[in-house]
Design a protein around this ligand. Sequence first.
Ligand SMILES: [Fe+2]
Length: 191
Amino acid sequence: MNKLTALDPLVAALRDLPEHDPASVAEVLAAAEISDLELDRVARFDRDHYARVRLHHDPRIEILVLGWEPGQATPIHDHAGQRGWVRVLRGVIEETAYRPVEPLRFTHADLRSAERRPAHLQIDCCAQVPAGPVVARVDPVRAIHRLRNPGTERAITLHAYAKPHAVCLAFDMEAAIAWRREAGVDAVRGA
Ligand SMILES: [Fe+2]
């Protein structure tokens, strides 16, 4: 596939895929070679938390650019039974995958907003993904993970979610609990 050197054609290529299956989305994301100039223009950073900029959202797919200060991390979370893809565009990201000790018998849809449920997790694997063409994925089977910038420099990542989901489960491994988490965005490109 031809290299995609700007965000608009990349978004269009992802949006227009007939199927958002794992291989097709990964192939498009792996072909992205976004210029430093455009990355610097679109990415946001926040001292207090990693920053999410939405590039595109429709009922089939959501595309985001995330900016990470050193040490910033997501909570441990799932993807509401949907698929997610991550491409590291700058810096390095550490991904830790988890699995429930026993199958979870609930989803975010079963929880009220402040409710906590017991959920025992164990670490499945951990990998450091440097900037490059490798695309990390979550899917309904390998569903729970946490991303963190372990480096001393800022990191920038590109994310696709199909289908989009505004709510998921978040976990505290030490406390062995799960709760319902609503993920917003910090900015919308072009808005
Ligand atoms: Fe995720």
